[in-house]
Design a protein around this ligand. Structure first.
Ligand code: ADP
Ligand code: MG
Length: 442
C-alpha cells in the first residue's frame, strides 16, 4: 500500500546472533544498550545481506557514529551542523545524507543526538547498492528517533534525493527497492508516481550474484555522473527536436511520457534526432541555443564540467532499449512459457551487451565473468548496478546450480587468485528479501 510505513517488529535479541553481537559491541563502545535496531537491504535484494544499525537517542546534540568494521573509523559531529563532504566520500557521509534528508523534510534545525553502531555486510562498491542501504537505514533511524511517521514511498523519495548530497546524481531505484521490497517477489519499480509491482520469477531457476572483485566508488569517480549528464543532455536535445519545452526536461523517460509514445517509437525518434558521432560541448550548446557558461552552470554537475565528448545517441538508445527489456522481462514472467528461463536469459544477455557497447559501463573483468557464467550453464548473465566493476547476476536452472557454482568458483576465483573477498560475498544465490524495518527488543 502506498501509505504504509516500514514495519516494526518486536524480537528477542538473544536469539539473533548478529543483533546480539551488535548489542555487545555497542555496549563496549558507548557504555549503554541500543534502544532499537534498523535494517535496510541492498539491491538485487539479498537475504541476510543488509545494513544494520543499533541506535540509542541521547540528550545531547552529538551524533556519534561507530562501525563494526575497523575499515570505517568512528565519527562524531554536532547534529545541528551537518556537513557532507562530496570531495571525499568517507563512509559517515552516507549516513549524514539520510540524517539530513529527514531533518530537512520536517524542517527541523535542532535535532537531538544519538549513538549509532553500523554493521553492514553488503559488498561495498560492487553494484549491490551498499551506499543506498546505508542512506536508507540512516533515514529510517532518524525518523524513528524523532518519533515521526512516513510511508515507505515518502522515505524512498527523501532518501533518493538526499543520497545526491554525496555528489552522485542517482535516479532513486536503489532507495525505492530498499524500502518497498517484499520477501518472495521481485519488483518492477516505476516513477512519477513512485510505485512497485510484483513480478513472479520462474520457480525452476535461481539468480546468482558473482562479484568481479573490481570495486568502483560512484562518488569518488566521475564515470557515473558523466552518464547521467549524457542522458540529461540527450533528453534535452530530443525534447528540443520534438518542439517540447526542453529546459525543464531532466530525464529521458520524461520525453517519452510527454510525447505519449511507446519505447519502440522513442527508439525511432532517437535515430532521427541524434547522430552516433559523439557531441562536443560546443555542438550541444548550438543545438540548444545556449552558451558554454550556461551549459556548465545550469545543466552539468560539478564533477562533469570538463567533459569533452558526450555520446548522446548511444546512451539514449541504451536507456530506452533497457526500459523496453524490463517490460518484456515482466511480460515473459507473467506468461510463463515453457522456455521461460531461456527467454529471460536472452534478455539479460542483450542487456549486458547494451551496457558494454552502448552505455560503456562494463569493464574487462565483468565481460570475462559473464562469459564464464554463460559457459558453465547460465542462459543469461549481465552486470548489475552502475557497472565499471562490481557484480554480475546470472539466471541458472536450479538443477545446474551445484556444478555452476563449482565451475565459476574454479574458473574465475581460484584460477586468478581472487580469493581476497570472502567466498560467501563473491558468489551466492540471491532471493527476493524484505524491505527496511525497525526492530525493538522484546
Ligand atoms: P555501491 O554499489 O555498493 O552502492 P558506492 O560506491 O555507491 O557502491 O558506495 C560504496 C560506499 O558506501 C563505500 O565506499 C562506503 O563509504 C559506504 N559503505 C558501504 N558499506 C558500508 C559499511 N558496512 N559501513 C559503512 N559504510 C559503508
Ligand atoms: Mg551506490
Amino acid at each position: 500500500m502506498a501509505t504504509e510505513g516500514p514495519a516494526r517488529r518486536r524480537i528477542q535479541v538473544a536469539e539473533h546472533p548478529r543483533l546480539l553481537k551488535l548489542k555487545e559491541i555497542f555496549n563496549s563502545k558507548f557504555g549503554s544498550i541500543p534502544k532499537f535496531y534498523v535494517r535496510a537491504p541492498g539491491r538485487v535484494n539479498i537475504i541476510e545481506q543488509d545494513m544494520l544499525i543499533a541506535v540509542e537517542p541521547v540528550k545531547t546534540h552529538t551524533l556519534q557514529l561507530a562501525n563494526t568494521n575497523p575499515l570505517y573509523p568512528d565519527f562524531s559531529t554536532s547534529a545541528n551542523n551537518i556537513q557532507i563532504d562530496r570531495t571525499n566520500p568517507l563512509w559517515h557521509n552516507y549516513f549524514l545524507c539520510g540524517f539530513k534528508g529527514i531533518q530537512e523534510h520536517f524542517g527541523l534545525s535542532n535535532l537531538t543526538g544519538m549513538n549509532c553502531l553500523v554493521d553492514g555486510n553488503i559488498p561495498p562498491s560492487s553494484g549491490l547498492s551498499s551506499s543506498s542501504a546505508l542512506v536508507c537505514c540512516a533515514g529510517l533511524v532518524t525518523l524513528t528517533v524523532l518519533g515521526m511517521n512516513l510511508s515507505k514511498v515518502e522515505l524512498a523519495e527523501i532518501c533518493a534525493k538526499s543520497e545526491r548530497y554525496i555528489g552522485t546524481e542517482g535516479g532513486g531505484m536503489d532507495q525505492s527497492i530498499s524500502f518497498l521490497a517484499e520477501e518472495g517477489t521481485a519488483k518492477l519499480i516505476e516513477f512519477s508516481p513512485l510505485r512497485a509491482t510484483d513480478v513472479k520469477l520462474p520457480s525452476g531457476a535461481v539468480f546468482v550474484i558473482a562479484n568481479s572483485c573490481v570495486e568502483m566508488n560512484k562518488a569518488a569517480t566521475s564515470h557515473f555522473n558523466v552518464r547521467v549528464m549524457e542522458c540529461r543532455l540527450a533528453a534535452k536535445l530530443l525534447a528540443k527536436y520534438k518542439s517540447l519545452q526542453w529546459d525543464k526536461v531532466l530525464r529521458l523517460e520524461e520525453v517519452q511520457t510527454e510525447l505519449g509514445i511507446s519505447l519502440e517509437e522513442m527508439l525511432l525518434v532517437t535515430e532521427d534526432a541524434l547522430h552516433s558521432e559523439p557531441y562536443s560541448p560546443e555542438e550541444i550548446c548550438k543545438c540548444l541555443g545556449i552558451s558554454l557558461e550556461e551549459l556548465r552552470t545550469q545543466i552539468l554537475s560539478p564533477n562533469t564540467q570538463d567533459v569533452l565528448i558526450f555520446k548522446l545517441y548511444q546512451r539514449a538508445k541504451h536507456v530506452y532499449s533497457e526500459a523496453a527489456r524490463v517490460l518484456q522481462f515482466k511480460k515473459i514472467c507473467e506468461e510463463a512459457p515453457d522456455n521461460i528461463v531461456q527467454l529471460l536469459g536472452e534478455l539479460m544477455n542483450q542487456s549486458h551487451k547494451s551496457c558494454r557497447d552502448m552505455y560503456e559501463c562494463s569493464c574487462p573483468e565483468l565481460d570475462q565473468l559473464v562469459d564464464i557464467c554463460r559457459k558453465f550453464g547460465a542462459p543469461g548473465s549481465r552486470l548489475t548496478g552502475a557497472g565499471w566493476g562490481g557484480c554480475t547476476v546470472s539466471i541458472v536452472p536450479a538443477d545446474k546450480l551445484p556444478s555452476f557454482l563449482a565451475n565459476v568458483q574454479e574458473a574465475y576465483y581460484q584460477r586468478s587468485n581472487r580469493s581476497l573477498v570472502p567466498e560467501k560475498q563473491s558468489l551466492f544465490v540471491t532471493k527476493p528479501g524484505g524491505g527496511a524495518l525497525v526492530f525493538l527488543e522484546a
